[in-house]
Design a protein around this ligand. Structure first.
Ligand code: PLP
Length: 432
């Protein structure tokens, strides 16, 4: 006789609803959630067996595809040897190998790595480094500079320097001091620089944090490379610590290993996460120059950086990240990136002429399409687009009236073509 099992008749999604509070979700208005059972390469499979192409690499983490055998093997081997160890007072080889490999591909001025768990704490540490850098030298600099509409994470420092929105508005009174500068878009570069010169005169700015070349959460908004270059130059002249938040852009997405590689001037600090650990386990890293590190290197204990998380430098995460770098630098992945860039270019040109499209932006494997929809006809368009994509087996998360693709590098050409085809047909069937 079989025992009665109350779970047997309920789906995973129904059982979830009873106990779980999800991130970035208003549960009252949100529909039921979808349970994903497995993932392989660019394909997600839900609990009913339906497949979806992962068009955004699960928030740009799984860039080498889900459950990649190289990553699995590296982590599996590591699991059997050393799972976790306190990273204060101890070290281990996976962390050292990762540091050696990562510093080889990071901009050349980067010298030291600080480990943590996620993108928000990677930027949080970057902000703390900038503030304490000045503090340790006896200088009072309290203000952070950021770009409007940026996104740097959900902890307090990271929220403070992000653009104001429904996500962080409730906490505004508790923010650290921040000044938000308009993005340089080419035509306004001169005004932005003039405004910055004024700000530098009137405030004691400690650091400048920015998403280099493209703001991810703002819907893949690209901006002027030359403008950014000039801002960084001016900041550096005034000893304002420049923090490149490459949590989204890092590891090949812009067509170079890091978006900062497009500039001739290098940042003082770089924040990494998302694709860093190949989508396998959470990890963040904040890298910095020797100059930053040296400002903390002293006989006085309080000049050290007293920040730490329990799982800092977790050996399994290091193993996954080592595998990730090996994949990124392989000929195969580099060729895949070029193939996606070329396919995107062709599709972008096609979409630019579409009557329902107002703008198309592309950098590397990132492609964003702005729909020209009048506000009064917008309604629940975002949700209808999302549902249409999912119904047709493609996972994309439109941001308002902006559709973007950021596929894993291992996506097959026919899978990429299917994403394009579904976007084209949504123009006829969903977009007013
Ligand atoms: C996702 C993201 C973060 C935050 O990372 P989490 O791991 O979600 O905390 C910070 N900065 C940028 C640019 C991001 O895209």
């Amino acid at each position: 006789m079989k025992l009665y099992n109350p779970f047997q008749r309920k789906s995973i999604a129904q059982r979830d609803e009873k106990h779980i509070w999800h991130p970035l979700t208003q549960h009252k208005t949100n529909g039921p959630l979808l349970a994903i059972k497995k993932a392989k390469g660019a394909i997600l499979t839900d609990e009913n067996g339906k497949e979806y192409i992962d068009g955004i690499a699960s928030w740009y983490t799984s860039m080498y595809g889900h459950c990649h055998p190289v990553v699995i093997n590296k982590v599996k081997q590591q699991m059997k040897t050393l799972d976790q160890i306190v990273f204060s007072g101890f070290t281990h080889e996976p962390a050292v190998i990762l540091a050696e490999k990562l510093l080889k591909i990071l901009p050349q001025n980067q010298d030291k790595l600080f480990f943590n768990d996620n993108g928000s704490t990677a930027t949080e540490v970057g902000i703390k480094m900038a503030l304490q850098f000045h503090h340790n030298q006896g200088e009072k600099r309290k203000v952070m500079l950021a770009l409007k509409e940026g996104f740097h994470g959900d902890t307090f420092g990271a929220m403070s320097v992000s653009g104001l929105s429904v996500y962080n508005g409730a906490f505004e009174d508790h923010f650290i001091e921040v000044i938000r500068l308009p993005k340089p878009l080419g035509h306004n570069n001169h005004e932005v620089i003039q405004q910055l010169q004024q700000l530098i005169k009137n405030h004691s700015i400690a650091g400048f944090i920015y998403e280099p070349l493209v703001q991810g959460a703002a819907a893949m908004k690209t901006y002027s490379k030359d403008g950014l270059q000039k801002i960084i130059e001016l900041c550096k002249k005034n000893k304002i610590i420049c923090i490149a938040d490459e949590v989204m852009t890092g590891f090949g997405k812009t067509g170079k290993n890091f978006a900062s590689d497009y500039l001739t001037i290098q940042p003082d600090i770089i924040c990494l996460s998302k694709a860093l650990s190949a989508g396998m386990v959470p990890m963040g890293i904040t890298s910095c120059t020797a100059e930053i590190y040296d400002a903390f290197y002293a006989d006085e204990i309080e000049k050290g950086l007293f920040h730490g998380h329990t799982y800092t430098g977790n050996p399994l995460a290091c193993a996954a990240a080592i595998a990730g770098i090996e994949l990124l630098t392989s000929n195969e992945i580099q060729k895949n990136i070029q193939a996606i860039v070329m396919a995107h270019q062709q599709f972008a040109n096609e979409m630019r002429n579409h009557p329902k499209v107002s703008e198309v932006r592309q950098i590397g494997v990132i492609l964003a399409i702005d729909l020209s929809v009048q506000m009064q006809r917008y309604g629940d368009l975002r949700d209808r687009l999302f549902n249409y994509f999912m119904k047709n087996g493609v996972f994309l998360r439109p941001l308002g009236n902006i559709i973007y693709i950021l596929p894993p590098y291992v996506i097959k050409m026919e899978e990429l073509e299917k994403i394009y085809a579904v976007i084209k047909s949504c123009m006829e069937e969903v977009v007013p």
